[in-house]
Design a protein around this ligand. Structure first.
Ligand code: 2NL
Length: 393
């Protein structure tokens, strides 16, 4: 700065005087001595005042820690009632000469205030950006987040495997409704009216009735689908002599009122049906032996058929398998039910039981999955625990 505080003004000339309003109002003419003195006084006073003002502004701006603080501080100098604004307003009362000198000084001070303001603004913005960059800092040395590859549920894998093997033996795969009529679930399959499978203890019923006025049920096994398939097949080839054989499996969800370590209220089933003019138990044995050896990927596996009873087959047999090696070596495991389709059932397919004969079977993919993967609790399949499920990929 070219002027020094105290070089002119109050220190030298005593108490500052207010300008005489009468003198200021007087039209301009020659400069009087008094005018010159008062002009000096104004210049010196304004330099000190303005110097102080600029200093204050510097201190004020430096004290502002947020942009809002700074805007408030700015208002105190440059706002409507700010110190500089007030000084500029006061110019109106001065003579042109005084105005010129005073105005120039005020403007110089204003420029300094504005420069200080801008510098502080920039400093605050820089600090804010710095803080933001610090807060959002990325640690580029962290390992990336990898996306895990999912896998099919073990039961789905088993179902697909069953479909693939039977498919390779010429079986069609059929899928159908899980809410069934009483006729499809029970009557068509030769279940007597009072059969326990129909009872509320075994079957889930839906609060809705079919055309016969009977409660609909949640499919208790996949045979209804086979009945639907066989009836559609019989209808489709009604004019053909002989009708092409029926060879189908029906995998899917089934329901039963039951729940413990080996029973779940929802479970899976896969039933099969092979019907023609000359299909026998021998064919069933061949198909089953082939299927299980294929499924467990070993020829070191024996099958046995134990006489049993099902309303829809006669004769009927349970199928057991035994591995010749491994942890289950020599142990007979029940894996399926089977039998020659009962004549009443063939009739309900819309076919002549004197002409068409064959076998049917049913097996549980959940149980086959347990055996294949060595799982000892059926419920693990239906709990959705990733620690268990992620082991199947
Ligand atoms: C079992 C028993 C079996 C069938 C299911 C069947 C289907 C029709 C006609 C005759 Cl359409 N039978 N299915 C036959 C014998 C046994 O399942 O223990 N399943 C796990």
């Amino acid at each position: 700065m070219s002027w020094m505080p105290g070089a002119f003004g109050a220190g030298r000339h005593g108490k500052p005087r207010k300008a005489d309003p009468r003198k200021r109002k007087r039209p301009t003419g020659k400069l009087l001595k008094a005018d010159v003195c008062s002009a000096f006084f104004y210049v010196s006073k304004s330099m000190n005042d303005l110097d102080q003002l600029v200093q204050d502004a510097h201190a004020d701006f430096a004290g502002a820690v947020t942009p809002a603080d700074l805007e408030n501080a700015k208002a105190r100098y440059l706002g409507k009632a700010g110190r500089l604004t007030e000084l500029l307003k006061a110019l109106g009362a001065l003579s042109p000469e005084q105005k010129k000198a005073r105005g120039a000084s005020i403007n110089a001070a204003k420029q300094q205030v504005e420069a200080a303001l801008n510098a502080r603004r920039q400093a605050l913005a820089d600090a804010e950006l710095e803080a933001q960059l610090k807060a959002e800092a990325l640690d580029v040395t962290l390992p990336g987040r990898s996306r895990d590859v999912g896998g099919l549920h073990p039961v789905s894998r088993t179902m697909e495997r069953i479909e693939q093997i039977f498919g390779s033996m010429g079986f069609d795969v059929a899928d159908g409704p899980e809410i069934e009529t009483d006729w499809m679930s029970f009557t068509a399959l030769n279940n007597p009216e009072n059969h326990p499978a129909r009872s509320m203890q075994d079957t889930f019923y839906v609060d809705m009735k079919d055309g016969e006025g009977r409660w609909l049920n949640l499919r208790p096994h996949t045979s209804p689908m086979q009945v639907r398939y066989a009836r559609a097949h019989a209808k489709k080839y009604a004019g053909m002599n002989p009708m092409p054989e029926i060879r189908v499996i029906a995998p899917g969800r089934t329901y039963r009122v039951d729940s413990d370590a080996t029973h779940s209220p929802m479970f899976h089933q896969c039933e099969g049906l092979w019907l023609g003019e000359n299909v026998s138990f021998k064919d069933l044995k061949v198909i089953f032996t082939d299927f299980f050896r294929n499924f467990f990927e070993t020829d070191d596996l024996d099958l046995r058929f134990r006489p049993s009873f099902f309303p829809f087959t006669e004769p009927s047999a349970e199928v057991d398998i035994a591995f010749g090696h491994g942890p289950l070596k020599g142990k007979w495991l029940e894996v399926a039910g089977s039998g020659q389709v009962h004549p009443n059932v063939v009739r309900n397919f819309g076919l002549d039981p004197e002409r068409y004969i064959g076998f049917a079977f049913g097996m549980g993919p959940d149980r086959l999955a347990m055996l294949r993967y060595g799982v000892n609790d059926l419920r693990l399949f239906f709990e959705g625990d990733l620690r268990f499920l992620s082991q199947f990929k």
